[in-house]
Design a protein around this ligand. Structure first.
Ligand SMILES: Nc1ncnc2c1ncn2[C@@H]1O[C@H](COP(=O)(O)OP(=O)(O)OP(=O)(O)O)[C@@H](O)[C@H]1O
Length: 348
């Protein structure tokens, strides 16, 4: 018997047209294996309803055609069922597709769907919102909100928002509970990563795995404007975990308390929540069609990237030393000046 497959297209995701995707499905899908249907979403949240209904009807595969927001909607409609998720990445960042080493090419993704290699993988839940890639609080949630308000999508808009908002953003203090230990952090952001990247190959948690039953928690400490380029380079070099500005650990469950309500994000979708945030992992909760030829070594930094990161960290430490020596020197000069003034009044 043929498998039933449903393709869900989000027409507004990313910046590219989806007009020729139905043609590609007709041309490259294995029709001996699958009987297919295609639907387009009409509004935000629609993909979740369509996917849930399809799963209840016993559809074997639901394919998200869009970015991480579309993948999130489709995936949350089919968690803990026998329906598998397929992805044809057509979004702005495509974080989950990139983590899964899927090609950003419609034909190649359809060919991967034809091979039907399904793995049971983890997903997470932040308060009541499922996430499959990353979620968090702080600067990334703030940028997601600005991006959602921008009225225009695509990676250029994302970058524009990061640059516009980056210098204005003020780090907050969070109380973080994990495995019975509570710690206060002043942080630029706290990210909970089921997968390794935000999208566009910006690796927030290069070592994150979707099959370890754990999430990688990344706490980014406040940094100054001179350190910002180094953090960006570390992200794109998959070496952020080696940065001196990062604290990271793995856990199944995390509680975050902050002093006031605010925005969080799940897979880049912003939502307002209260002071308390609970994040947990659902082990093996979703079936996903993976790339059988995906080489996981692509997620690791190469020698050049590792060496560059170490060099930058050393330079940063030297700069910090010079700064603190200079500050100490300035304090000493002021002290001597005060002593002279006290002992020799009227000198100035
Ligand atoms: N027909 C529609 N009209 C308006 N919004 C929609 C429609 N269908 C889906 N959406 C919403 O579109 C938003 C953007 O989709 P998606 O996240 O897939 O694209 P993207 O943001 O460009 O890519 P990425 O998440 O990879 O950066 C999602 O929040 C989704 O809920």
């Amino acid at each position: 018997m043929k498998k039933r497959i449903l393709f869900i297209i989000n027409p507004i995701s990313g910046a590219a047209s989806k007009a020729r995707i139905p043609e590609a499905i007709e041309a490259y899908l294995d029709h001996d294996q699958y009987e297919y249907r295609i639907v387009e979403t009409k509004y935000a949240g629609h993909a979740a309803t369509i996917a849930r209904d399809a799963s209840v009807e016993g559809v074997d595969v639901v394919v998200a055609i869009g970015g991480d927001g579309t993948v999130n909607e489709v995936a949350r409609g089919i968690v803990h069922s026998n329906t598998a998720l397929g992805i044809i990445p057509c979004g702005s960042g495509n974080g989950l597709a990139r983590h899964l080493l899927l090609p950003l090419n419609v034909r190649k993704c359809i060919e991967i769907i034809n091979r039907y290699e399904v793995h049971d993988l983890d997903y997470g839940i932040i308060n009541e919102y499922p996430f499959f890639c990353t979620c968090g609080v702080g600067f990334d949630a703030f940028v997601s909100q600005k991006f959602a308000e921008a009225g225009k999508r695509g990676p250029i808009t994302y970058l524009q928002k990061i640059l516009e908002e980056g210098t204005k953003y003020k780090p907050e203090t969070y109380e973080v509970d994990a495995d019975g230990i509570s710690t206060n952090y002043k942080a630029f952001l706290i990210s909970c990563a089921n997968a390794s990247q935000y999208g566009n190959n910006a690796y927030i948690a290069p070592q994150a795995s979707m099959s370890d039953g754990l999430m990688d928690i990344v706490i980014m400490e406040p940094f100054d404007i001179l350190e910002a380029p180094q953090i960006a380079i570390d992200m794109f070099s998959k070496t952020l975990d080696m940065s001196s500005k990062i604290k990271s650990f793995r856990t199944r469950y995390l509680h975050i308390h902050r002093s006031h309500p605010g925005v969080i994000h799940y897979d880049g979708e912003p939502v307002m929540t209260g002071e308390d945030i609970d994040v947990r992992i659902e082990e093996n909760g979703i079936k996903i069609i993976v790339n059988p030829d995906g080489d996981k070594r692509q997620r690791q930094p190469n020698m050049l990237q590792t060496t560059t990161c170490e060099l930058f960290n050393d330079l940063s430490a030297i700069r910090h030393d010079v700064f603190s020596q200079t500050r100490r020197g300035v304090r000493l000069v002021k002290l001597i000046q005060r002593m002279i003034e006290r002992n020799l009044p009227g000198l100035n």
